[in-house]
Design a protein around this ligand. Structure first.
Ligand code: PMP
Length: 388
């Protein structure tokens, strides 16, 4: 069957420079990557610690398949609540220092479902302007009033909290922002929340495994765990596995199990994935040198890009945006890098605001000095050529 609107929509996307297509990756997700038969330097992966192909994770996943099989068979509330789910949840709660944790199938599902358990009609959600799409969609599903405050703007957040006098108030923010790499002013947010009787939910997707003691995240780094209602994070980025978690009180866990549609109505994560996540949390705790190697590379990346004369934004993490502005120019630069042997995907609207298309450069613990040296050479050449 054929429908004209599809072709029309695709044409419009192409004309706006917003058309997207998939790249086929062959083999492992490492500091280098095979794409269409070519080996490229990989500077856009969220596999920050290089754990996705780690032998300990692979062995744990294989062992789990041998013992439990491939699929979990059902949703958690039917017959799909495996002992591995609960073991993983105990590990996460211990890591985060919370009473309890609950595993979700993905961060996207966690955010789209969680917010509706926390706020509804008559309530107000205060959401940072740069929050991830999954938080934005989660807010939409709640039927609560949503106040989007400018990125990290504490004064505006305070004004908005002051003006809101009825219903529950919930502030939601990422801790390390996915497309900008900067850290939310979390201590100030928590103080405001306490002054105005608001609850706080944080998304630690890009901080989990990377920031804080044992990779527990920014909340743990700042010692704010007791003052935050909900901490969610993902297992598919620095932890090299797949899925997501919510950490908080036992009562919160029970509420989610009872009310959260994206938790209830979906087949649970399979054994291999759960076992890999357990192994990853263990590994991050046992091998702090991985995090140290990452932070070393974060500094090296920033220094190298600055030496090229690039004005860098205030990233405090492994995510370093190089803002290009125009979507077409950004994609042309990304394509040029690709031709020269470096993969760094251009990021355009609607992922980022219009006029802020960027190369979202991410560095990994497993990038060697030589990988970085080659990357700087390629970046410098591509940037020079694109100025011509
Ligand atoms: N939150 C943030 C901040 C993210 O960057 C992402 C993934 N890009 C998600 C949530 C969704 O997580 P997942 O990939 O596990 O669905």
């Amino acid at each position: 069957m054929h429908a004209d609107f599809i072709l029309k929509e695709l044409r419009a996307l192409r004309e706006a420079g917003l058309y997207r297509s998939l790249k086929r990756v062959q083999g492992e997700q490492g500091p280098t990557l095979m794409i269409e038969g070519r080996e490229l330097l990989n500077f856009c992966s969220n596999n920050y610690l290089g754990l996705a192909g780690h032998p300990a994770l692979c062995a744990a996943a294989k062992e789990a398949i041998d013992r439990y099989g491939c699929g979990s068979g059902a949703s958690r509330l039917i017959s799909g609540n495996l002992e591995l789910h609960e073991q993983l949840e105990e590990k996460i709660a211990a890591l985060k220092g919370t009473e309890a944790a609950l595993v979700f199938n993905s961060g996207y599902q966690a955010n789209t479902g969680l917010l509706s358990c926390l706020a509804g009609e008559g309530d107000t959600i205060f959401s940072d302007a740069l929050n991830h799409a999954s938080i934005i969609d989660g807010c939409r599903l709640t039927r609560a009033r949503v106040v989007v405050y400018p990125h990290g703007d504490i004064a505006r957040l305070e004004d908005e909290l002051k003006k809101t006098t009825t219903g529950k108030k919930l502030i939601v923010t990422e801790t390390i922002f996915s497309m900008d790499g900067d850290e939310a002013p979390l201590a100030e947010i928590v103080e405001l929340a306490e002054r105005f009787g608001a609850l706080v939910m944080v998304d630690e997707a890009h901080a989990t495994g990377v920031a804080g003691p044992n990779g527990a995240g920014v909340v743990a780094k700042l010692g704010l765990g007791e003052r935050i209602l909900v901490q969610m994070g993902t297992l598919g980025k620095a932890l090299g596995s797949f899925g997501a978690y919510v950490a908080g009180s036992k009562a919160l866990r029970e509420l989610i199990i009872n009310r959260c549609r994206t938790f209830i109505f979906t087949t649970s994560l399979p054994p291999s994935v759960l076992a890999a996540s357990i192994a990853a949390i263990e590994l991050v705790r046992k091998e702090p040198e991985r995090r140290l190697a990452l932070w070393h590379n974060v500094r090296a990346l920033r220094d190298g890009l600055k030496r090229m004369g690039l004005r860098l934004s205030e990233s405090q993490s492994q995510i370093q945006p190089v803002i290009i502005g125009d979507a077409r120019r950004c994609m042309a630069l990304s394509a040029r890098l690709f031709e020269k042997g470096l993969f760094c995907q251009g990021i355009r609207p609607p992922t980022v605001p219009a006029g802020t298309s960027r190369l979202r450069v991410t560095v990994m613990a497993t990038h060697s000095h030589e990988h970085l040296r080659q990357a700087f050479k390629i970046f410098a050449e591509a940037l020079n050529e694109s100025r011509d």
